[in-house]
Structures are given as C-alpha cells and as structure tokens.
Design a protein around this ligand. Structure first.
Ligand SMILES: [Zn+2]
Length: 185
C-alpha cells in the first residue's frame, strides 16, 4: 500500500485539462499501481472520490467509493473510471453540500444534476455505460470536473454558504442533512 500526496488548490495540475489514458498503457503495471495507490489514498483520507490530477497526474482517471457508517443503504461500491464521458439526465439541478480533499476543511452548497449518464472504461479496459443517481451522481460530477480543471468552488451559485468544517457542523448543517453531507472527494 502506498499513499500518494494529495495536491491542494493552487497547484496548476488542478487547473489543467487531463489527457486520456492511452489504450495501450491502461493495463501497464504503472497505471494499475497508480489506480491501487489512488484507492488506498482515498480511503486513508476518508474521502469518497479521488481524481488523478489530485495526486498530480494529469490523466482522465478517477476512483470513488462510499462507505457511510450507520447507513448501509448509502454504500457505493468501489468504482474505477477511465476516460469518461458524463452527460446530465434532465435539466434541473439540486443543491447539496460538498467538500474536496484538495480544498481541505471547506464545505459549500453546490448545484448538481441528480442523475447523469456515465460512459467510461473500467480498469480492465472494458467499456461501461450506466446512469448513476443521487450521491453517486454528485461524486461523479465532482470528479469529472477535476479532469477538466474545475473545482467545486467554481460551481457554487454564490459563496455565502462557504464555511470551514467546524463552523459548518456548528451553524450550517441542517438537522436532516444525511451523513454524506460531511464527506469530501
Ligand atoms: Zn475534489
């Protein structure tokens, strides 16, 4: 297991469009190890998603997984996404809280589509095509943005909801906010 350093806002790699992973490199030891290390790094950081640019690699690759204590219905199995296309299903967006491992300690309300169509390759190079919804759709949009040099702050309608985690918990977290609201990706 190897943990990779997570780069923070200000590192130019977070503002750079990522390149597709070349077909003939996906099965290489180097890329497969990178995927394993990204999974370890995401879990160690208690995150629910991690994109390659967040570990300084400008490739179109991200991983996500949600294991929410006390809420097994919110579990999202580990998913590896390579060279994705993401399209919204429908036009309406919903606001919910987001945090980012590259913008530590901040939370803000971000509008996202409640469902998106995700087309990509898995780590074995096999294409998949599925519609994801809810929290999973939010994670996918957040990670896909990272591949295009976009962070959640750019998506906020206004910055009034932006808060440090501790203050967010104290003043802003609604009584009915689910456990996913506290997660970063
Ligand atoms: Zn992020």
């Amino acid at each position: 297991m190897a943990l990779l350093p997570i780069v923070r806002l200000g590192d130019p790699v977070l503002r750079t469009g990522a390149q597709p992973v070349p077909d003939d490199e996906l099965s290489s030891r180097k890329v497969q190890r990178l995927i394993d290390d990204m999974v370890d790094t995401m879990r160690a950081a208690d995150g629910v998603g991690l994109a390659a640019p967040q570990v300084g690699v400008s490739w179109q690759l991200f991983v996500y997984e949600a294991v929410v204590e006390g809420a097994p219905e919110l579990t999202i199995p580990l998913t590896v996404v390579v060279n994705p296309m993401v399209e919204p299903e429908g036009h309406e967006t919903v606001d919910d809280w987001e945090g980012c491992l590259s913008i530590p300690d901040l939370r803000g309300l971000v509008p996202r589509y409640p469902a998106v169509r995700l087309r990509a390759l898995g780590r074995d190079g096999r294409p998949f095509d599925r519609v994801v919804e809810g929290f999973e759709a939010r994670i996918v949009q957040h990670e896909f943005d990272h591949l295009n040099g976009v962070v959640f702050l750019d998506r906020m309608r206004d910055l009034h909801s932006l808060a440090f985690y501790e203050e967010w918990e104290r003043y802003l977290r609604e009584e009915d906010a689910g456990p996913t609201a506290a997660k970063a990706e």
